[in-house]
Design a protein around this ligand. Structure first.
Ligand code: KPL
Length: 323
């Protein structure tokens, strides 16, 4: 049994946008710890009951739901939508958001924050990444298969990706907000840490996603099967070499060999997984490739670097789910 604490009004309130696998898990964990949690949805809806299974432990919670167009910002906003949906999903709430409500973006890929930052440089945006293993058993049930590790941090000032975080002279204040979030999440049972190099950490996760996800979609195989496929491994190695070049141009230490070793290790650790990209392809949903290999390509073009293997896979996988 995951002990359900009764809502404690002194705990910060969270609004969660995107209550799929990861968003649902976070909403449930925070609610179980006693935080007031509201789900934000595009359309008005009655309350939603979600269930969490973690081994033999069970927790259920009835969440209030507010339509984005009617929502007033709360203490914290957690955004777990697919990267490509971020902009449209946030649009109805954006005019009412202020720096009083930090946004935590817990999403796959990179680049979804770019347009947001350009539009609202005054907002506080804290990127986070997670390796928590969670899946939806059905529309209402989230199963936590592995706790993984979650990292959050303030992006460094002068972060040179397109779109700039508006840390101004406040990077320490933003980092302490990240520490505050990590502490709340740890208290809610997550393995979470605030880090000072979130940009590097995001790039490393991105590199792994670029090296595994499109290949599983191309061969329609589980992550581990890539390791027995010589053609897939050859492509994986080339993808890693290209991503490492772009990372170095971004000022990060990376080698193709090290990324390739990490990608193979993650494919082995997650051997039985259907990658998120293959799951999207199988369901006929748009994939997040534009925010993975597509983001790498955009940065490569900015630096004048050729990445033909990433470009070819971007075109191939994009075509798979085009109407
Ligand atoms: O993050 C993943 C994903 O599927 O998006 C990996 C690491 C490939 C695990 O499945």
């Amino acid at each position: 049994m995951i002990s359900a604490l009764s809502p404690r009004t002194h705990l910060p309130a969270w609004q969660v946008l995107g209550s799929g696998a990861v968003g649902g898990l976070w909403a449930l964990r925070l609610a179980a710890a006693g935080h007031p949690v509201t789900l934000l949805r595009r359309h008005p809806a009655t309350a939603v009951s979600l269930h969490l299974e973690d081994g033999n432990a069970r927790f259920s919670h009835l969440f209030p739901v507010i339509a984005l167009a009617d929502a007033e910002p709360s203490d914290w906003l957690l955004v777990c939508t697919k990267a490509g949906d971020t902009q449209a999903a946030l649009a109805p709430l954006l005019p009412r958001l202020t720096a009083q409500t930090p946004l935590v973006l817990l999403q796959n890929g990179m680049g979804a924050d770019t347009a947001l930052i350009a539009q609202r440089p005054d907002l506080i945006i804290l990127p986070a990444i997670t390796t928590a293993g969670v899946y939806c058993r059905d529309a209402d049930t989230r199963v936590q298969a592995g706790h993984g590790r979650t990292l959050i941090g303030a992006p460094s000032p002068g972060h040179h990706a397109p779109g700039h975080y508006s840390l101004g002279h406040q990077p320490l204040a933003h980092q302490s907000l990240a520490e505050n979030v990590a502490a709340q999440w740890r208290a809610a049972g997550m393995t979470a840490d605030a880090v000072t190099d979130i940009n590097t950490q995001r790039w490393h996760k991105l590199a792994i996603n670029c090296a595994i996800n499109p290949l599983t979609a191309r061969w329609r195989c589980r992550n581990g099967e890539l390791l027995d496929n010589a053609d897939a491994l050859a492509l994986m190695q080339q993808l890693c070499a290209e991503v490492a070049m772009v990372m170095r141009a971004e000022g990060l230490a990376a080698t193709g060999d090290a990324l390739f070793a990490q990608a193979r290790a993650v494919a082995a650790q997650t051997a039985a997984n259907t990658s998120s990209m293959l799951a999207d392809v199988l369901a006929g949903r748009p994939t997040e490739i534009a925010f993975m290999n597509g983001y790498v390509l955009a940065r490569a073009q900015h630096h004048g670097i050729a990445c033909p293997v990433n470009a070819a896979l971007l075109a191939e996988i994009t075509a798979l789910t085009q109407p």
